[in-house]
Design a binder for this molecule. Structure first.
Ligand code: NCD
Length: 362
């Protein structure tokens, strides 16, 4: 079965097929209005969402399909203690494709392991958010015109920001990518991202403390919200929440062809006086999210039963039951019946990584 749990579940070619289809959908809307007639998308949202859930809904409606699901775990059997695995098996009886957002890291992987229909990860804790990445890539394609040779600055919460992790993974497969990490000490990019993704793919990265020192070098400035809901300590959140604010003044040093992206929602990290600047692409980015999700739904339904497209959920060199994940938010520590599985790290460290959330063992 073909799923989308992590951006690397798509080959570069598959990813570009989806982007190209999204571009065709933009140009020829009418052509796709019945393509999913009779198909149902289940949106299983255990965490708040505006854009992601509604863009999935709008996408399926524009394809002529139907949508069912829940937007609050309290309204589902999860509140009675049902596991993600069981909920998935139940939804398999009703729908053709699932989009799941969950606060547990690795939830979409567990869902996919128990599913005979494609599962799309619409965000799992602070781990991954591959459909935001498709949105970001379509935006980069339309605004900048290329994926190679891009200097991209990521600013804000690089530790908990799942959209950052997924976009760096996807871009690391292109040539000439340079990553600039703009974050306070407490919100730096996780080590596994630096080692397994940047270093192993030869993507140069620098870590800086201020936006001002780098803004003039960037093709893309990717702003993010500090992820309040992931902090265990509220004082810690208060210390970092106002660290970076992009305003008109700071933009003076940016290039005229730079683009500002933000997955949204924004809190205060981009001042509203930036919105009218032609470089502010974040509201155009929202609309791209709908088009790219239309393309993704079409492609996953087309690829679902093609064995050559199967998503590898458990790599061949993985080991079962040997370690325990150190991440408290990992589904392997939060739900019963989830077997602990680790794979070798994709770097030279000789370490192991949890297949659900990519953390190290305890
Ligand atoms: C992001 C998310 O949910 O991770 N939002 C989104 O999907 N557009 C970013 C965020 O919540 O800050």
């Amino acid at each position: 079965m073909k799923h989308l749990i992590d951006p690397t579940d798509l080959t570069k070619e598959e990813l570009e097929e989806i982007i190209d289809l999204a571009l065709d959908i933009i140009d020829n809307r009418g052509k796709y209005s019945e393509i999913c007639k009779g198909k149902k998308l289940a949106t299983l949202f255990y965490e708040p969402s505006t854009r992601t859930r509604l863009s999935f809904t709008a996408a399926m409606m524009e394809l002529g399909g139907n949508v069912l699901g829940f937007s609050d775990a309290k309204n589902s059997s999860v509140s009675k203690g049902e596991t993600c695995a069981d909920t998935t098996k139940v939804i398999n009886c009703f729908a053709d494709i699932i989009a799941m957002r969950h606060f547990e890291e690795g939830a979409a992987t567990v869902s996919a392991m128990n599913s005979g229909i494609p599962v799309i990860n619409a965000g799992d804790g602070s781990h991954s958010h591959p459909t935001q990445t498709l949105t970001d890539l379509l935006t980069i394609k339309r605004e900048i015109g290329r994926f190679d040779n891009i200097t991209i600055g990521f600013c804000g919460d690089l530790k908990f920001g799942r959209t950052v992790h997924s976009l760096i993974k996807a871009l690391s497969r292109y040539k000439g990518i340079k990553v600039v990490l703009i974050a306070p000490e407490q919100l730096r990019l996780p080590d596994y991202m630096k080692q397994e993704v940047c270093e192993m793919n030869g993507v140069p990265f620098v870590e800086v403390d201020t936006m001002e020192e780098v803004i003039g070098d960037l093709d893309v400035l990717y702003m993010t919200r500090v992820q309040k809901e992931r902090f265990l300590d509220e004082d810690e959140y208060d210390r970092v929440k106002d660290f970076f604010i992009l305003d008109k003044e700071k933009l003076k040093n940016a290039r005229p062809d730079m683009r500002i992206l933000h997955p949204l929602p924004r809190v205060n990290e981009i001042s509203t006086d930036v919105d009218a600047d032609p470089r502010a692409a974040y509201f155009r980015q929202v609309e791209n999210g709908k088009f790219v999700r239309m393309a993704l739904i079409c492609k996953l339904l087309e690829w679902a039963d093609d064995p050559s497209k199967n998503t590898v959920l458990v790599p061949k060199d993985a080991v079962k039951g040997k370690f325990i994940c150190r991440n408290k938010r990992c589904i392997s520590n939060m739900e019963t019946g989830v077997e602990s599985i680790f794979r070798p790290a994709h770097d030279k460290s000789g370490e192991w990584r949890c297949i659900y959330c990519e953390s190290k063992p305890k």
